[in-house]
Design a protein around this ligand. Structure first.
Ligand code: LLP
Length: 421
């Protein structure tokens, strides 16, 4: 459920008309609904009650400071994967003890940054990383709380580019090596083992792979405890999928996911941590764009819009589907037409949809890409020197620009021409 509905023929973000935002901000832009973000965060938190738990928002999915402040104020923790994301979480006012540091290639500088500012735990992914973290923490006279991310060799049945839990993926420590690496961790100075971490992939629309992974984690917990380790925390990663089409998809709900966690892991007496990104942010955001031209090809009609692959890369990168809707609702029974919806970037891959049935649209009309809150703005670039797309947050009947569109001046000023040219 989200808060982007038609009212009197106008697409709204909560109580604000999208066309009013477009008039104030210009297109393209991302718009997020505070009510939807709040609702999705609470669904997860409630689904895990009464287990002791921590919902750490995967800020890689949507990292604007205003969004982090909103979720942080609700009590959310944050899952970060870089020094930059760590700085964002801190700048949004989230205390270090609610920040989990994930990622397969943490640098020593990033470790120092998090140990200085405070961190709930590092999710360590390899032996060399373990050795580096032990050295950095010991040098600082600090103790780094850690879990080891294990790779359960489970097929997440999702897009190959975002599946992470198979043994051929670069992530985590193979289950077969886990006990040995935990023994190494326990023997090193500057580290304190607190639990286990697992994350098998993103946009999972079936609970079975989660169940397979969680069963392996339950077994490993018992084994590691028998080996003498303290396992008080289980970080189960993120990955629960969202419906990208309004018609026929019904992925499992956070409530089902919570019930699965309780059933497979609830008896272990561990604190449960999860790292959802997409399910909190995905359907909380739209990308709004304006039609520049309608171009008649030989056998198709192109809708050339002012958003492009640099603003929303998911269709060209993963072949992802985003529902596209007009901002002014089509009259009941209005004629529909198939369009290839494309951006202005000089690549054929800059295609959002092929042969998509839409109400007839003309130049200057607005449309919205749905489910664009997650992995939208954060993956945007300035390819073709197109200014980074701005972001807007709506709450009730008001909105604010939470990241302004840069001017061409600001963009050009970032480059410098050496004196010897
Ligand atoms: N935790 C870890 C360690 C992760 O690697 C990820 C996502 C998450 C949590 C959050 O997963 P989520 O709940 O959002 O599924 N750019 C891709 C998705 C990449 C996901 C990367 N890792 C896309 O647009 O589909």
């Amino acid at each position: 459920m989200d808060h982007f509905l038609y009212k009197n023929g106008q697409l709204m973000a909560e109580d604000v008309a999208i066309s009013d935002i477009a008039a104030a901000v210009g297109t393209p832009f991302y718009v997020y609904s505070a009510a939807t973000l709040t609702r999705h965060y609470r669904l997860f938190s409630e689904a895990l009650d009464p287990l002791p738990h921590n919902v750490c928002f995967a800020i890689k999915s949507l990292s604007n400071l205003a969004v982090l402040k909103l979720l942080g104020d609700l009590g959310a923790g944050m899952d970060v994967v870089s020094g930059g994301e760590y700085m964002r979480a801190k700048a949004a006012g989230v205390p270090g003890e609610r920040i989990v540091f994930s990622g397969v290639g943490k640098t020593r500088d990033e470790m120092r940054l998090a140990l200085t500012g405070g961190v709930r735990q590092f999710n360590v992914e390899s032996e060399p990383e373990l050795l580096a973290l032990s050295a950095v923490a010991s040098d600082m006279g600090a103790v780094a709380p850690i879990t080891l991310r294990v790779n359960p060799d489970v097929d997440a049945k999702t897009h190959e580019k975002i599946a992470t839990g198979k043994k051929e993926n670069k992530f985590g420590i193979p289950l077969s090596k886990a006990r040995a690496v935990y023994a190494l961790a326990a023997s090193l100075p500057g580290l304190q083992v607190v639990g286990i971490d697992v994350h098998i992939g993103s946009q999972l629309t079936d609970l079975a792979p989660f169940e397979a992974a969680f069963e392996k984690i339950a077994e490993l917990t018992e084994q590691l405890r028998a080996d003498g380790h303290t396992i008080s925390r289980l970080d189960l990663g993120g990955g629960l999928g969202i419906p990208y089409t309004r018609s026929n998809e019904a992925p499992p709900l956070p409530l089902d996911y919570g019930a699965l966690i309780k059933r497979t892991l609830g008896h272990l007496g561990c604190e449960i941590e999860i790292e959802p990104g997409r399910l909190i942010s995905g359907n909380s955001g739209l990308l709004v764009s304006e039609v520049i031209y309608v171009k008649e090809g030989e056998d198709r009609t192109f809708l050339i819009v002012d958003a492009a692959m640099n603003d929303l890369v998911r269709p060209s990168m993963y072949g992802a589907h985003h529902d596209i809707v007009p901002v002014i609702e089509a009259a009941a029974g209005a004629a529909a037409q198939d369009y290839d919806v494309v951006g202005p970037v000089c690549e054929t891959g800059d295609t959002f949809a092929k042969a998509r049935a839409l109400p007839q649209l003309g130049a200057g009309e607005l449309l919205a890409f749905r489910s664009a809150g997650a992995y939208g703005a954060v993956m945007a670039s300035e390819y073709n020197t197109r200014p980074l797309v701005p972001e807007v947050l709506v709450q009730g009947d008001h909105f604010a620009v939470i990241r302004a569109r840069p001017t061409f001046d600001e963009i050009l000023k970032r480059d410098s021409i050496p004196a010897w040219l």
